[in-house]
Write a protein that binds this ligand. Structure first.
Ligand code: BGC
Ligand code: BGC
Length: 469
């Protein structure tokens, strides 16, 4: 590292006790999709359908982490990570989505969590990262209320087995993406195109969250688990209107409702926001008592965020206007840097988002954990001059540095942020983008499974080490 980046690093400091981690999700890394009795999930089905995944790939092997998890843990240990956020696969634990636990699936996670513990890394387990058992989708998926109860039962099975080892739980990962991409637009599994007809999936996921929180609390702390901490992970974006004109401001407000607020308001305030902008008098599917369950107090609030979203009023006759949507995407300001995904890189918007959450939700906002943040770039593997391989991913380092500085700035402004998890520990199966987008600190050769530490890995390791000094 040159002197200037070392100097810059010195000034990036987060509070003592801050948690430093990396994140992954089961379907994206594990592979071994039929091992030890695992059942099919909606993502196995979706990836098998021609045309769904941009490069025609699937996750049958992915990063092969089901078999190579000890390599992953060694990478985390060398990184100096205090925590690892990983997800547990529902179809491994309950292959059909209901009924008794599949012991072999739970055995795997028990071995995995024990190995993590031996390496001194604290687990932060996500209970649902999009891999709904296919039989539940066949019965209506998140469109039906029963799925919330099925989910809570599954959570109970996980707690029965792992509750003496894991204390920190995330119920759902990004219910917004399941609703918007999975059921409204069809760009992710299960590939439904219901537009506003997807709204019941919001409520059923959040109800599942509420029931899961109760199940986790009922299970209680056990020797080895440490204190129980429960949270949810929502995906948030700062919504930026294309101009200060009334029509664009209204469009931005409507987008903020459907992307951010219908997923956070019920959890933190016990009420859905007014959806009259979408012609709805009340939120579909709500029954007495649901909102009390959904708004049960949490120990932390997980925020995933990657970029701001620029929004304008829909042009007359545009596909958005024709679909009855009160907004359409707008271009970022000229000159805005973008990632490999074309996502705008605007660290200031990340600070603004966090400060806005604190301002808007005040005392009902639990301590925040950044459960995902990171960037995909086209990474080139080159010889390192020592007979090995290297990836010089300066863009990713700049992204992470900028966004961690934004976290530090938000903390200065009073936001209680407790930890940060890079998405992702390693390159993996990027959903409908297949293997075309790499987010890892570690490069994965998907032919051989070989792992190569990128420059960003060394940068993050040095940054974590510098915090202790
Ligand atoms: C906005 C809110 C939004 C929240 C979550 C805040 O900055 O003001 O309207 O719900 O961010 O994205
Ligand atoms: C998801 C991850 C995904 C990442 C990058 C988040 O929406 O939780 O699974 O890989 O963003 O797209």
């Amino acid at each position: 590292m040159d002197a200037s980046s070392a100097g810059a690093m010195e000034s990036l400091r987060l509070p003592a006790g801050f948690r430093w981690g990396a994140a992954t999700a089961a379907f994206q890394i594990e592979g071994s999709t039929t091992a030890d009795g695992r059942g099919p999930s909606i993502w196995d089905t979706f990836t098998a359908e021609p045309g769904r995944v941009i490069d025609g790939s699937n996750a049958l092997v992915a990063a092969d982490s089901y078999r190579r998890y000890r390599d992953d843990i060694a990478l985390l240990a060398d990184l100096g990570a205090t925590d690892y956020r990983f997800s547990i696969s529902w179809p491994r634990v309950q292959p059909g989505g209901s009924g008794p636990a599949n012991a072999a699936g739970l055995d795997h996670y028990e071995r995995f969590v024990d190995a993590l513990g031996e390496a001194g890394i604290a687990p932060l387990a996500t209970l649902y990262h999009w891999d709904l058992p296919q039989p539940l989708e066949d019965a209506g998926g998140w469109l039906v209320r029963d799925t919330a109860s099925r989910y809570a039962d599954y959570v109970g099975l996980v707690l029965d087995r792992l509750g003496d080892r894991v204390g920190r739980w995330i119920t759902l990962n990004e219910p917004a993406m399941t609703t918007l991409e999975g059921y409204a637009l069809g760009t992710q599994a299960p590939g439904r195109t219901l537009m506003l007809g997807a709204l019941p999936t919001v409520h059923h996921q959040l109800l599942g969250h509420g029931l899961a929180v109760a199940a986790i609390r009922a299970s209680g702390a056990r020797p080895g688990s440490g204190p129980i901490e429960v949270g949810i992970t929502n995906n948030h974006t700062l919504v930026v209107p294309a101009s200060e004109e009334a029509a664009d401001l209204m469009a931005a407000g409507a987008f903020d409702l459907i992307y951010n607020r219908i997923f956070i308001d019920p959890v933190l305030t016990g009420a859905y926001p007014d959806l009259s902008a979408f012609g709805l008098a009340e939120f579909p599917g709500v029954e007495p008592g649901d909102l009390e369950a959904i708004s049960a107090p949490l120990d932390f609030y997980g925020v995933n965020s990657y970029n701001p979203t620029y929004v304008a009023a829909p042009a007359e006759g545009s596909e958005f206007a024709l679909a009855g949507l009160p907004f359409e995407p707008a271009a970022p300001p000229e000159g805005t840097l973008v990632t490999g995904f074309d996502w705008p890189v605007v660290p200031g918007a990340f600070a603004e988002l966090l400060v806005g959450l604190h301002r808007d939700y005040g005392d009902v906002l639990p301590p925040v954990v950044i459960t995902e943040n990171g960037a995909s770039y086209v990474d080139e593997v080159v010889p390192d001059g020592d007979g090995g391989l290297a990836v010089h991913d300066a863009d990713r380092i700049a992204y992470l540095d900028g966004h961690l500085r934004a976290v530090a700035a938000a903390i200065e402004q009073g936001v209680d942020v407790r930890g940060y998890f890079v998405w992702s520990l390693m390159d993996n199966f990027e959903w409908a983008q297949g293997y075309t987008q790499r987010f890892g600190l570690v490069h994965v050769d998907f032919e051989t499974g070989d792992r190569t530490r990128k420059d960003s890995y060394a940068w993050y390791r040095d940054l974590i080490a510098a915090q202790a000094g």
